[in-house]
Design a protein around this ligand. Structure first.
Ligand code: ATP
Length: 501
């Protein structure tokens, strides 16, 4: 802003001086020299370029001490990445055998799974200079700026490696999909130029380069990438970095609790069990939030209870002060109990806690204990899960005579699982291809599955009046009902044989 005012004001002052009859020649000369000096320094120091974390240049030059052992789980991804990195380390052998160098490694996977950590560990493992940038940093209003930044990135990592006496450099580009998205040949000129420049720079990498450059890019939208980026000789090593399984979650939690004072009741395995679907970043957050709860209380050590609260916070968001009416609270409580009763009946031991207090967007919630990580689902398993989803709405129907908007998300989940049943050839339609079958037929089949399961859920819940009443009393008074007390209540009711799922 200041720049623009200056550019406007200077000519105005000069014209005014001319009117007054002052010779402006010396001022013009001085201005030209000053502008030259400023331009020179701006190129040297990266003014107006990327956010700089070191003096080395415009990009985030990161001194990294991350080791592969600091990354929990991801064993396959780490092994595959190390294999690719060996090409960087043993470059003499490559030349001997005439092997083309690996130029790019693409890490794909959901956010927070450790892709950036992997790139940093790679730099450490190979003793390479490391420069990081994010795809969105290349997007500028002006055509050509992105391409210039790509050139700068390569120049910078080479300079850095030379300065540090390293014979390789790693460039990490996060969110590569921002610049590497599919080209449609129209409008997107700026993106195209940036991508073309990246491809040109990659094509220029040869086995005899010193320092040797390797690009590591990360995305969670691999399907969006232009095929030119993915072809052999470019990003031709694809490594998927997935959400951690239970074993990996234990490792990640151990890494992030290693520097924290834990009480003896903290059971890392149990926390890992309860955090199914969490990414590494979320697990790090759980450890951190638990420590914050302990600090707030002035506790000597971090206890299991602190971890429980932290898991809830990361899963559902911070407690909110939304005050619901008694009528609404009762509806929420019965809705959640509907989920909980079905869950416990179809998978005994699965309810960890029922809560009636507003957190994030929810007014209440059931925390479930996933039994194990699963990758394949049978029809029966999917039906059970659908019933758990429907339990909330069905409970509302039983006690209030109708549903509410609170079931929208539940229905979305139930619908997508019912569609999964149809698409996997497990419905009465048999094996079908969605392209060759009438949409209404699919719709009707999905509806039939859901209606059938609503009926089964209703029968199941109608036999649990006592549990609803007893649990509601506890939730009303204490806001929280533990899985164990809930199970004690359920034990008193023997499920009628034909209702047991
Ligand atoms: P994004 O796609 O959002 O950029 P990312 O996959 O690059 O995410 P990172 O930035 O590497 O994720 O991870 C964020 C933080 O989460 C790390 O700094 C670390 O604290 C933690 N983390 C993630 N995965 C792991 C892991 N496997 N082991 C240990 N810590 C992890």
């Amino acid at each position: 802003m200041a720049k623009e005012i200056l550019f406007g004001a200077v000519p105005a002052v000069l014209i005014f001086m001319m009117f007054l009859g002052i010779n402006i020649g010396p001022f013009l000369l001085f201005g030209a020299v000053l502008a030259g000096i400023l331009f020179f320094f701006s190129r040297q120091t990266g003014m107006g370029g990327f956010k700089t974390r070191s003096k080395a240049g415009k990009h985030a030059v990161v001194k990294t001490d991350v080791q592969f052992s600091d990354i929990g789980g991801q064993e396959r991804a780490k092994r595959e990445l190390k294999e690719a990195l060996d090409f960087l380390i043993h470059k003499d052998s490559l030349e001997k055998y005439g092997i083309r160098p690996i130029k790019g490694v693409l890490l794909t996977g959901p956010p927070g799974t450790g892709k950036t950590l992997m790139a940093k560990a790679a730099a450490n493992y190979t003793n390479s200079a490391f420069v990081a940038a994010s795809g969105s940093q290349f997007v500028e209003m002006y055509v050509g700026v992105g391409a210039q930044r790509v050139r700068d990135l390569f120049r910078e990592v080479k300079q850095l490696a030379e300065r540090n006496g390293q014979d390789s450099g790693i460039i990490f580009i996060d969110e590569i999909d921002v610049i590497g998205g599919k080209r449609d040949g129209q409008q997107q000129r700026e993106y195209d130029q940036t991508l073309n420049q990246l491809l040109t720079e990659m094509d220029g990498i040869t086995t005899s380069d010193n320092p040797r450059i390797l690009l590591i890019a990360a995305t969670n939208r691999k399907d969006m990438l232009d095929s030119a980026l993915l072809r052999p000789g470019r990003f031709d090593r694809h490594i998927s970095v997935d959400l951690p399984d239970k074993k990996a979650r234990i490792q990640i939690l151990k890494i992030h609790t290693a520097n924290k004072p834990l009480a003896s009741d903290v059971n890392v395995e149990r926390i890992a069990q309860e955090t199914f679907g969490f990414s590494g970043a979320q697990l790090e957050s759980v450890a951190n939030e638990a420590a914050i709860y302990a600090m707030r209380e002035g506790a000597e050590k971090i206890t299991g209870q602190h971890f429980e609260l932290a898991v809830d916070k990361v899963m559902m968001g911070e407690k909110s002060d939304r005050e619901a009416s008694d009528e609404e609270k009762r509806r929420v409580a019965l809705h959640e109990l509907g989920h909980a009763i079905v869950s416990e009946r179809v998978r005994p031991g699965s309810v960890s806690q029922v809560t009636l207090s507003p957190r994030g967007q929810a007014l209440g919630y059931v925390r479930q204990n996933p039994m194990e990580d699963r990758y394949l689902y049978t029809k029966e398993a999917l039906e059970k899960q659908i019933m758990v989803c429907l339990g909330g709405a069905v409970a509302e129907e039983i006690y209030f005579g109708g549903r509410s908007t609170g079931s929208k998300n539940d229905f979305e989940q139930a619908l997508s699982m019912a569609q999964e049943i149809v698409q996997s050839g497990m419905s009465e339609l048999g094996i079908v291809h969605l392209q060759y079958i009438d949409k209404t037929q699919v719709h009707e089949e999905v509806n039939r599955i859901l209606e059938d399961l609503v009926e089964r859920t209703r029968k199941l819940l109608q036999a649990h009046d006592e549990v609803f009443a007893g649990s509601l009393r506890i939730l009303w008074d204490q806001e929280v009902l533990s899985g164990d007390s809930f199970r004690d209540m359920l034990k008193k009711i023997q499920p009628v044989e034909e209702l047991a799922v």
